[in-house]
Design a protein around this ligand. Structure first.
Ligand SMILES: [Zn+2]
Length: 142
């Protein structure tokens, strides 16, 4: 499924889940909008293992900018930590290039691992992120 298909399918599921949840608990509109944004990003996230996907192209741009930034910092300030971060970013880019599409990044484990930092913000955001990945897996299975 392509980006538009994933976003439309995810929006349909989000609306359904929202109707169910809004009957059980009260959520502010800001929180719902942020949760929807997180949900959409996470529903696209597993396809970072696909070299020509939209989300991968966005991630590549971010990684390249960070790589230039941290390499520059390491040269200018002779900073070892910045050099290690640049090395990790380069390694991440290599792993994403060689990893199999619909391999380990299309899993519940990936969903839990990538959504868990959201627990520091709000459990609702964690749920939105994890559900986004699950909805992606569901959409890919059709
Ligand atoms: Zn996929």
């Amino acid at each position: 499924m392509n980006k538009l298909g994933h976003v439309l399918f995810a929006t349909f599921i989000f609306t359904f889940v929202y109707v169910v949840i809004s009957n059980l608990m009260e959520l502010e509109i800001e929180k719902i909008l942020i949760a929807y944004f997180i949900f959409i990003v996470y529903t696209l996230l597993p396809d970072i293992d696909k070299n020509n996907s939209w989300i991968r192209k966005q991630l590549d741009k971010i990684i390249i900018l960070l790589l230039i930034f941290f390499t520059g910092i390491s040269i200018i300030n002779n900073d070892q930590t910045a050099l290690i971060i640049a090395g990790i970013l380069l390694l991440l880019e290599i792993i994403l290039t060689v990893i199999k599409h619909r391999g380990p990044l299309h899993s519940f484990t990936f969903g839990i691992l990538t959504a868990s930092p959201l627990l520091f913000l709000d459990p609702v955001y964690f749920f939105a992120g994890f559900l986004g990945v699950v909805v992606h897996l569901l959409a890919d299975s059709f």
